[in-house]
Design a protein around this ligand. Structure first.
Ligand SMILES: [Zn+2]
Length: 177
């Protein structure tokens, strides 16, 4: 799912957290975690464009396990509204990505991804990609387009910095003295 969808879903979750806990900061954390979790894609871009290693998907923050561990910690150890906000924001993000992105059934399990060496072939079944599925609802289509545009811009930034680094490496003369 793209940034628009995550903002709408996380906004609703934040409203629920606020109503349930009466804590505005907890609601803010739910919204922040739900929207900003996709920052982990930056590591994947770094891996792909700077290290030039393809064929793996990391998205290290995307995993059911973190939500479940967080919920257990909240329920049994640390009954704190801020933790609840973070956990619910995270859970909402992973759930909406799982439903909207049509990846393999276990794609959002970090244990599954580690066990398969983050191999993209296990995450995108039969060569499917997150971009190949067209959402039926216009708002989701707009969200997908916005997400793709953002991804394209970030990829371009990474490619540009890699090109600049390669150029400056080629023009600099080695210092022998
Ligand atoms: Zn995501």
């Amino acid at each position: 799912m793209g940034p628009l969808g995550h903002t709408v879903v996380s906004g609703a979750v934040a409203g629920g957290v606020w109503a349930a806990t009466g804590s505005m900061p907890a609601a803010g954390i739910a919204l922040g975690v739900g929207v900003l979790m996709d920052v982990d894609h930056l590591y994947d871009y770094y891996h792909r464009y700077v290290k030039r290693e393809d064929g793996q998907i990391f998205v290290l923050l995307h995993a059911w396990e973190y939500s479940l561990v967080g919920l257990a910690v909240w329920a049994f150890v640390f009954l704190n509204p801020l933790l609840l906000g973070a956990v619910l924001g995270h859970l909402a993000h992973v759930t909406t990505d799982h439903v909207a992105n049509h990846l393999s059934r276990y794609a959002y399990s970090i244990v599954y991804r580690v066990a398969h060496g983050f191999d993209a072939a296990y995450i995108f079944p039969s060569g499917n990609s997150v971009h190949s599925h067209k959402p039926a609802f216009w708002l989701l289509q707009l969200d997908r387009r916005l997400g793709n545009w953002l991804e394209y811009r970030i990829e371009a930034l990474f490619r540009g910095s890699v090109r600049r680094a390669a150029r400056s490496e080629a023009t600099s003369t080695p210092a022998d003295d």
